[in-house]
Write a protein that binds this ligand. Structure first.
Ligand code: PRX
Length: 650
C-alpha cells in the first residue's frame, strides 16, 4: 500500500509523548534498562519475585525454575488457581463491583458483568460441570461465539483444573473432530450459534457432525445464543440454562500445582497435523499479567479492548487471562467490524470509552481501504494507547493507525509473540521506548532473543537471521500435547540448545528488533497461522487431485494469501468448475478462513531428483513471477517453463 503524496512522511522514530511517559507504569528508558538488566542477571529469581507478589498462591512455591532442557517447570511446589486469580481475588477488594467484561453482541445487545457477577457465573458454570460428573484432569473443548460465556466456560474449567481447548468458531466440523480426538475430550461446550455479518454461524450443527466419530465425548453443553432450532440428543446434550437451574454459587477453586495444564491450543506447524500447544498455570498467568502492565500500561481506570477472538492465543492471553488477572475491564464484541457499517468498532470505542485498543495489521489495512470518513464520524478521544499483533505492520498502516485512530497522540505497541510463547516477548514499554514503525523494538525483561545464522552463530547487527531464544521463560509452551518428541524436534533441534521461533529477524544499530516473517512452511494469512502442508493434505483428499503444493502469496490486505498449485488425476477435466469446488473443499476440511485465494492447475510440480516438491520455486513464481534462485537440483526444467507460462496467461 503506497503512501499518497499529500500525507505526512512516515516518522522513523517516535519518542514517548511527555504526558504519556509522565503517567506510565514504566517511565523513561533508564527504568526499562534497569529492569531488563536486573532480569538478565538472574532471570529465575526476577520472575520468582514477581510471582510471589503479583499472583495469589494457596501455597508458596519452593523454587522459581527447574530447567531440564527443553522441559521447564516454573514455580515448582506452588499451588494456585487461575480462575481465583482472575476473579475471586478482585472480589475481595474495592474492585468487587468494577466491570470485568463489557460485552456487545453483533445485533446490539449489551451486558456489563462486574467481577462479583463474574464470580457467580463462573461458579455456577463450574457447578454444572461437576453435576455432569467432570473432574480435575478431564478435558473440555470450547467451541463458542465471542460472548461472555466463552470466557465463563474457560474460567469454569480453570476453576476445576479441567484443561480446555478453545476451537475458533471459524473451524469446520472436520477440524473440530481432529482436535477433540487428539485431546480425548469428555465434553464439548458450545452454543446453538453465533452472529457474524448478520448471519448465524451454526456451531451446534458442526458439533453434531464432529462428535459422530468422537467416542470420548460424554456430554455436550449448549448455550442458547441465537435461539435457532438445534438437535439435542437425549442424555448427551444439555442446555446451559437448564443445567444452571440447579447450579450452586459456592464452588471452591481447586488448589492446583503451578504446572497443572491450563489449556491446549492447536496451531499449524510444518506438517499436515496441527500441534496441541500446552500451556500450564502459574508461569503462563504471571507473564500474561505482567505484560498487561508493562506493554499496555494498564491502569485501574482503563477500558481495554483487544479485538481478537478467544479461539486464538491472543484471545486467551489478552482478552481473558491477562486482563482479568490484572483486574482490567475487558471489552468483548461478538461480530464483524463492518456490521452494520464500517464504523462499528469506532462506535464501540466512543460508546464504552475504550482507552487501550489492540488489533491486527490485517484489520487496520482492511479499514484503511474503506476510507477515513468512518473513523472521522467518531471522537475516539478516550483512546490513549494502540496495539498491533499477529504479523509485521507495514509502516503505511502504522502511520494511518497513529494519525487517524490515535490522533497523533497515542503510542502504538507492536507486539511480537506466538501461540507457543504464551505472552508478548518483544514490544515497547510505551512510556519508556521510542517507537520505530514496523519494529517491535526491545525484548521484555527476562527475555534474551538472539539472531543467528544457519549454524547457530549470532549474526552482526543489521543482518537478517533466525530469531531464537536460549533461556526458558514462564509462559513458554511446555510440550506438544501427547508428543514430547515432536516438541523437541520442532522447537529445540534446529539450533541445538535453543528455542527456534520459525521467524526471521534483524536487529538494527540501535538494538531494535525487526521481525520479518516466517522462514518455514507456515503462512500468515490475516494474522492467522496456516500450514502449507495442512492445506496440501486437505487438497489431496479430494478425489480429483493427484498432487498439491501450497505457498503464501503476498496480499495487500491479509499479508499473505493461500495459493495452491494442483495436478489432477488422469481423465479429470473441467478445471473451471473444479477451482471453485476445491476452494470450497478446503473450507470444508479446515474452515472458511482457510479458503484458498487461488487454485492454479498445472501438468506437473517442480521437484528435486529425490522427488521433493520445490516450494521455494513456487514461492518465487507467485512473489516475483520469475525464478532467479538456484535450480540445479530441479529434475525437469520444462516444468518451470510451463509454470511460468501458466502465470503469464493469468
Ligand atoms: O511470524 C510471527 C507472526 O505471527 C507468528 C505467530 O503466530 P500465532 O502463533 O498465530 O500467534 C499470533 C498472535 C501472537 C509469529 O511467528 N507475528 C506475530 N506478531 C508479530 C508477528 N510478526 C511480526 N510482528 C509482530 N508483531
Amino acid at each position: 500500500m503506497s503512501q499518497p503524496a499529500s500525507l505526512p512522511a512516515i516518522p522513523t522514530l517516535v519518542p514517548p509523548p511527555e504526558e504519556f511517559a509522565a503517567q506510565a507504569n514504566v517511565s523513561g528508558i533508564a527504568a526499562y534498562n534497569e529492569m531488563y538488566q536486573r532480569a538478565a542477571a538472574d532471570p529465575a529469581n526476577f520472575w520468582g519475585d514477581l510471582a510471589a507478589t503479583e499472583l495469589d498462591w494457596f501455597k508458596r512455591f519452593d523454587k522459581p525454575l527447574v530447567w531440564e532442557p527443553p522441559f521447564a517447570k516454573w514455580f515448582e511446589g506452588g499451588k494456585l488457581n487461575v480462575s481465583y486469580n482472575c476473579v475471586d481475588r478482585h472480589v475481595k477488594t474495592h474492585q468487587r463491583n468494577k466491570a470485568a467484561i463489557i460485552f456487545e453482541g453483533e445485533p446490539g445487545d449489551q451486558r456489563v458483568i462486574t467481577y462479583h457477577e463474574l464470580q457467580r457465573l463462573v461458579c455456577r458454570f463450574a457447578s454444572s460441570l461437576l453435576h455432569l460428573g467432570l473432574k480435575t484432569g478431564d478435558r473440555a473443548i470450547i467451541y463458542m461465539p465471542m460472548i461472555p460465556e466463552a470466557a465463563i466456560a474457560m474460567l469454569g474449567c480453570a476453576r476445576l483444573g479441567i484443561p480446555h481447548s478453545v476451537v475458533f468458531g471459524g473451524f469446520s466440523a472436520e477440524a473440530l473432530k481432529a482436535r477433540i480426538q487428539d485431546l480425548e475430550a469428555k465434553v464439548v461446550i458450545t452454543a446453538d450459534g453465533g452472529w457474524r455479518r448478520a448471519k448465524e454461524v451454526k456451531l451446534k450443527e458442526a458439533v453434531d457432525e464432529a462428535v459422530k466419530s468422537c467416542p470420548t465425548i460424554e456430554h455436550v453443553v449448549v448455550y442458547k445464543r441465537t435461539g435457532s432450532t438445534v438437535h439435542m440428543q437425549e442424555g448427551r446434550d444439555h442446555w446451559w440454562h437448564v443445567l444452571d437451574e440447579t447450579a450452586i454459587e459456592d464452588v471452591a477453586p481447586v488448589e492446583l500445582d503451578s504446572e497443572h495444564p491450563l489449556y491446549v491450543l492447536y496451531t499449524s506447524g510444518t506438517t499436515g497435523k496441527p500441534k496441541g500447544i500446552l500451556h500450564t498455570s502459574g508461569g503462563y498467568l504471571l507473564q500474561a499479567t505482567m505484560t498487561m502492565k508493562w506493554v499496555f500500561d494498564l491502569k485501574e481506570s482503563d477500558t481495554y479492548w483487544c479485538t481478537a477472538d478467544v479461539g486464538w492465543v491472543t484471545g486467551h492471553s489478552y482478552v481473558v487471562y491477562g486482563p482479568l488477572s490484572a483486574g482490567a475491564t475487558t471489552v468483548m464484541y461478538e461480530g464483524a467490524p463492518d456490521t452494520p457499517a464500517f464504523d462499528r468498532w469506532w462506535r464501540l470505542v466512543d460508546k464504552y470509552g475504550v482507552s487501550i485498543f489492540y488489533t491486527s495489521p490485517t484489520a487496520i489495512r482492511a479499514l484503511i481501504r474503506q476510507g477515513d470518513q468512518w473513523p472521522a464520524k467518531h471522537k475516539l478521544s478516550s483512546i490513549r494507547l494502540l496495539g498491533s499483533v499477529g504479523e509485521p505492520i507495514n509502516p503505511a498502516a502504522w502511520a494511518w493507525f497513529h494519525r487517524v485512530i490515535g490522533h497523533n497522540r497515542c503510542p502504538i505497541v507492536d507486539t511480537w509473540w506466538q501461540t507457543e510463547t504464551g505472552a508478548i516477548l518483544i514490544a515497547p514499554m510505551p512510556g519508556a521506548v521510542g517507537l520505530k514503525p514496523g519494529s517491535g523494538t526491545f525484548p521484555m525483561p527476562g527475555i534474551s532473543p538472539q539472531i543467528v545464522d544457519n549454524n547457530g552463530n549470532p549474526v552482526e547487527d543489521g543482518k537478517e537471521g533466525f530469531l531464537i531464544l536460549r533461556t526458558p521463560w514462564p509462559s513458554m509452551l511446555r510440550t506438544i500435547w501427547g508428543d514430547p518428541e515432536r516438541y523437541k524436534e520442532q522447537y529445540w533441534s534446529k539450533v541445538p540448545g535453543a528455542y527456534f521461533t520459525g521467524d526471521a529477524a534483524r536487529k538494527d544499530k540501535d538494538g531494535y528488533y525487526w521481525v520479518l516473517g516466517r522462514v518455514d512452511d507456515v503462512m500468515n494469512v490475516s494474522g492467522h497461522r496456516l500450514s502449507t502442508m495442512e492445506i496440501e493434505s486437505a487438497l489431496v483428499k479430494h478425489h480429483a487431485v493427484a498432487e498439491a503444493a501450497v505457498v503464501g502469496k503476498p496480499h495487500e490486505i491479509t499479508g499473505q494469501a493461500v495459493c495452491c498449485f494442483v495436478t489432477l488425476k488422469k481423465g479429470v477435466a473441467d478445471h473451471e468448475k473444479l477451482g471453485g469446488e476445491l476452494r470450497q473443499w478446503v473450507a470444508h476440511e479446515i474452515g472458511p478462513f482457510a479458503r484458498p485465494e487461488e487454485i492454479r492447475f498445472t501438468e506437473a510440480l517442480p521437484k528435486t531428483r529425490s522427488g521433493k516438491i520445490m516450494r521455494r520455486l513456487l514461492r518465487e513464481i507467485v512473489t516475483s513471477h520469475t525464478v532467479a534462485g538456484d535450480v540445479t537440483t530441479l529434475e525437469d526444467m520444462n516444468v518451470l517453463t510451463s509454470l511460468s507460462a501458466a502465470h503469464d496467461e493469468d
